[in-house]
Design a protein around this ligand. Structure first.
Ligand SMILES: Cc1cc2nc3c(=O)[nH]c(=O)nc-3n(C[C@H](O)[C@H](O)[C@H](O)COP(=O)(O)OP(=O)(O)OC[C@H]3O[C@@H](n4cnc5c(N)ncnc54)[C@H](O)[C@@H]3O)c2cc1C
Length: 387
C-alpha cells in the first residue's frame, strides 16, 4: 500500500475550493443564527456529484476511493464550510451497498447518487442506551407482511432533510439471544411514507447548527422489504460502516484544523499590540505551531487509514487513531485560534467561535474519545475489556 504525502487529487481540491467560494463566513453565520439548513450548499455539492463519490459507477455514482472522499470533506472544511450538513449522504448508503438486495440497490442507489433522494439520517443512538448500542430498546416486530416499529431515537441528525433513514431496532428480545449484539436488525425507512403516521420528528435545540432531532416511532409500519440484509445481523452491518465514517470525519477535522491555523496565523501577523505583531510573541506562536505539528501527524494517520481501507485491509485501529488524533488536533487548533483572536474571537463575524463550537463535536460524536481509547486498549493492545 502506498500513501500519498502530497496534495493528492489536486483537481478535486480545486473544484471544491471553487464550489465553496460563494458560501462564505456570512452565509454560515446567517444560517447559524436561524439554525437553518444549508440547502444551496448541499444542492451545489449534490449537483457536482461529490456526495455520490463512494457509490459505484454501475449504480450512478462516481466510484471514487475513500481517500478521494476524504479529500472532498477536508477541502470543504479547510475552506470554512461545514460538510456535517450532508456528509452522511456519502457513507450511510454503505450499509445498503454492502448488505442490501439487488432490488433495493436498484431502487435507491441511483437516486442517492444524483441527490434526488436524500439518505442522510442514521437512527442508532437512543436516550437511555447511549453508546451501548446492543442495549437499545426500539423494537420491530413482524406482523404478516409488515414490520411494526415502536421506540425512540435521539440525535438523529438531518432527519428533517432526508427522505430515507437507516434505522437499527431489536427484532429478537435480548433474553432470547446468545450475545446481546445478536437480534438487532437494520431497516431502510422511507420517511415520506410514515411521517405523521407513526413517525414524529422533533428538532433538538443544540449548541451548533446540526439539524439534529429526536425521533418517536409509535406503531410505525414498514413493508417487509424495508429490512436490509438478514434479520438479526444488524449490529455487524452497522459496525462494518464505522471505519469509513471515522476516517471521513477525521478528514473534516484536518480541514477544520488547517482553517483555524490559517486564520490564526494571518491574524497573528496583522494584529499589532504594544507596537508589534502579536505573532512575534512566542506565547502566541507556539500554540499555533504545536497545532500545526499535531495536524500534520494526524493527517498521516488519516491517509494511512484510508489507504488500508481502499486496499481492503483491516483498518480498525488506524481508523480509530485517525479520529482520535484528528479531533484533538482540530480542537487544539481551534483553541489556538480563539486565544490568538482575543476578544474578537467572540465576535460572530470572525467565524472562529462558530467553527470552535462545531469542531468540539468530534470528540463526542459519532464516537466519544473514551470509547476510542477503550477500543485501542482492548482490540489493539489486548488489555482486558473495561465495559
Ligand atoms: C450534534 C450531534 C449529532 C449526532 N448525530 C447522530 C446521528 O445522526 N445518529 C445517531 O445515531 N447518533 C448521533 N449522535 C449521537 C452520538 O453518536 C452520541 O452522542 C455519542 O456516541 C455519545 O453517546 P451518548 O451521548 O449517549 O453518551 P454516553 O454513552 O452516555 O456517554 C457519556 C460519556 O461517558 C463516557 N463513557 C460511556 N461509557 C464509557 C466507558 N465504558 N468507559 C469510559 N467512558 C465511557 C463517554 O465517552 C462519554 O464521554 C449525535 C450527537 C450529537 C451531539
Amino acid at each position: 500500500m502506498e500513501i500519498a504525502t502530497n496534495e493528492d487529487f489536486p483537481e478535486i481540491r480545486e473544484a471544491i475550493a471553487r464550489l465553496c467560494e460563494p458560501f462564505d463566513d456570512r452565509y454560515w453565520q446567517d444560517l447559524d443564527r436561524r439554525m437553518d439548513y444549508p440547502e444551496e450548499f448541499v444542492r451545489a455539492l449534490s449537483e457536482a456529484g461529490f456526495l455520490g463519490a463512494l457509490i459505484p459507477e454501475e449504480h450512478g455514482g462516481s466510484g471514487l476511493s475513500l481517500r478521494a472522499a476524504t479529500v472532498i470533506l477536508e477541502t470543504i472544511h479547510r475552506n470554512g464550510c461545514n460538510a456535517a450538513a450532508c456528509h452522511a449522504q456519502m457513507y450511510i448508503m454503505g450499509t445498503l451497498l454492502r448488505h442490501g438486495s439487488e432490488a433495493q440497490k436498484k431502487a435507491y442507489l441511483p437516486g442517492i447518487a444524483s441527490g434526488e433522494l436524500r439518505l442522510q439520517a442514521f437512527g442508532v443512538t437512543e436516550p437511555t442506551s447511549g453508546t451501548d448500542t446492543s442495549s437499545l430498546k426500539t423494537r420491530a416486530v413482524k406482523k404478516g407482511d409488515r414490520w411494526i416499529v415502536n421506540g425512540q431515537k435521539v440525535w438523529t441528525s438531518r432527519a428533517k432533510q432526508s427522505d430515507l433513514m437507516v434505522l437499527i431496532a431489536r427484532t429478537t428480545p435480548v433474553e432470547e439471544v446468545k450475545r446481546r449484539s445478536d437480534g438487532l436488525s437494520v431497516f431502510l425507512v422511507d420517511m415520506r411514507e410514515v411521517l405523521g403516521k407513526g413517525l414524529e420528528i422533533r428538532p433538538i435545540d443544540a449548541m451548533i447548527n446540526h439539524n439534529t432531532n429526536e425521533i418517536f416511532m409509535s406503531e410505525m409500519e414498514l413493508p417487509e422489504d424495508a429490512l436490509i440484509g438478514e434479520e438479526g445481523r444488524g449490529f455487524r452491518y452497522i459496525l462494518d460502516g464505522m471505519n469509513a465514517e471515522r476516517i471521513l470525519i477525521s478528514s473534516e477535522c484536518i480541514g477544520d484544523a488547517r482553517w483555524f491555523i490559517d486564520r490564526a496565523s494571518t491574524y497573528a501577523r496583522d494584529r499589532h499590540v504594544f507596537g508589534r505583531a502579536i505573532g512575534q510573541n512566542q506565547g502566541i506562536q507556539f500554540p499555533i505551531a504545536r497545532a500545526h505539528a499535531e495536524t500534520e501527524a494526524a493527517d498521516l494517520m488519516v491517509r494511512k487509514a484510508a489507504g488500508l481501507f481502499d486496499a481492503g485491509e483491516p483498518c480498525g485501529g488506524e481508523a480509530n487513531m485517525a479520529k482520535l488524533l484528528a479531533s484533538e488536533a482540530s480542537w487544539h487548533a481551534g483553541e489556538a485560534a480563539m486565544q490568538t483572536h482575543g476578544g474578537f474571537a467572540f465576535a460572530s463575524e470572525y467565524a472562529i467561535e462558530r467553527k470552535w463550537r462545531e469542531t468540539r463535536l468530534y470528540q463526542i460524536a459519532p464516537i466519544s474519545t473514551n470509547l476510542i481509547l477503550a477500543f485501542l486498549a482492548h482490540q489493539v493492545l489486548g488489555l482486558p475489556k473495561s465495559y
